[in-house]
Write a protein that binds this ligand. Structure first.
Ligand code: NAD
Length: 346
């Protein structure tokens, strides 16, 4: 398989293939850019269909972290790692310790953290072998409330830009996915008087939000076609695609999920439909902003973190205004701004 000329390779600084026979570890660590600071991005554990699939996933996620960290104004570059294996059956202390040794060999050019399939307890084992780990228990803690707060701020910016409204009171929002982020997001929206239409694949998650925030439950396949102002994807990626876009009746997309657009061109399809898209890695950066306060052994302060996360409002407004001025899609403008910040730092 060709590696350097893969589209996803995109000038990565370093890609490390890690294999430890004893523990069964197979992992890939990708460092996209250290121009703005050490690369930071989570570690995912997943049973990939192929090694190529794992590599491409890691490369895409790693570049995404470069862009996310750059747009959040952090002194951090972008990287990501994947451990190939089933997170339910293939975890062991030896595996995570071996992964820690590999991180240590990178000498701080990449810091890892938890991601899909990995818990803070797993990362605590990694931490036995290396200090290049962030987001551990007892430090900045669960990033989800801060991610939700950032999405809430970003949604306010999008509603202001598209609908000219300063408040979300009376604004109808369809929230897809009521997990860690979705629940806290609903709390902020309800406090401001938004009207909520919610769905999840778990009935208990729906019931909790219906009871706590007087939301209206919606079938999971009906969420796209709700007559709402805002669609907030907070579950999986790629929910904005050729099948769902024709159903959307909203004016704004603003949610927490990563990789919301199935393909970049769907940004253009949304624009043609008059729907304002809030680029995912800009609006969902609250969690990484929260973690960034651990950098350089800094003292964590919740209020300082909240203040910094509030800046997502201004960053998104900048993206929306530039997109209008340059007659481009918001996702293209965000990518260009992120790349500019990285290039300037070089
Ligand atoms: P989570 O796993 O806690 O919640 C996801 C929820 O979506 C679950 O309740 C799940 O049942 C539900 N869901 C799954 N498939 C669904 C479907 N087809 N329809 C409706 N609901 C469905 O995850 P989370 O931490 O809340 O993260 C949500 C999204 O935000 C993810 O895409 C994640 O990558 C992204 N994100 C999270 C953070 C964070 O700080 N947690 C930061 C940045 C981005």
């Amino acid at each position: 398989m060709a590696v350097f000329n893969l589209r996803a390779y995109d000038d990565h600084e370093q890609v490390v293939f890690c294999r430890d026979k004893e523990s069964g570890l197979s992992a890939i660590i990708c460092v996209h850019s250290t121009a703005l600071g050490p690369a930071v991005g989570g570690c995912r554990m997943w049973e990939y269909n192929s090694d190529e699939g794992a590599l491409i996933d890691a490369l895409r996620l790693s570049r995404g972290m470069s862009y996310k960290n750059a747009m959040a104004g952090l002194r951090m570059g972008g990287g990501k790692s994947v451990i190939i294996g089933n997170p339910k059956t293939q975890k062991s202390e030896a595996l995570f310790e071996a992964f820690g040794e590999f991180l240590n060999n990178l000498n701080g050019s990449y810091y890892s953290a938890e991601d899909v399939g990995i818990t803070t307890a797993d990362m605590a084992i990694v931490n036995r072998k290396t200090d290049f780990v962030m987001g551990l228990e007892g430090k900045s803690g669960d990033p989800s409330p801060l991610t939700a707060f950032g999405v809430y701020q970003g949604m306010k910016a999008a509603v202001k830009h598209r609908l000219g409204r300063d408040s979300l009171a009376g604004i109808k929002v369809a929230v897809q996915g009521l997990g860690h982020v979705g629940y806290y997001l609903c709390q902020h929206l309800s406090e401001e008087g938004a009207e909520l239409f919610v769905t999840d694949i778990h009935r208990e998650s729906i019931e909790r939000v219906v009871n706590d925030f007087n939301a209206t439950a919606v079938d999971k396949d009906e969420i796209y076609s709700q007559a709402v102002d805002v669609y907030a994807p907070c579950a999986l990626g790629a929910t904005i695609n050729d099948t769902t876009i024709p159903k959307l009746q909203c004016s704004v997309v603003a949610g927490a999920a990563n990789n919301q657009l199935a393909e970049d061109r769907h940004g253009e399809v949304l624009k043609q439909k008059g729907i304002l898209y809030s680029p995912d890695y800009v609006i969902n950066a609250g969690g990484i902003i929260n973690v960034s306060f651990e950098q350089d052994g800094g003292e964590y302060n919740r209020q300082t973190a909240l203040d910094k996360v509030s800046e997502i409002y201004g960053t998104l407004t900048e993206v929306f205004q530039a997109a209008d001025k340059e007659e481009k899609t918001t996702n293209v403008v965000a990518d260009e701004l992120a790349r500019k910040r990285i290039e300037e730092a070089k």
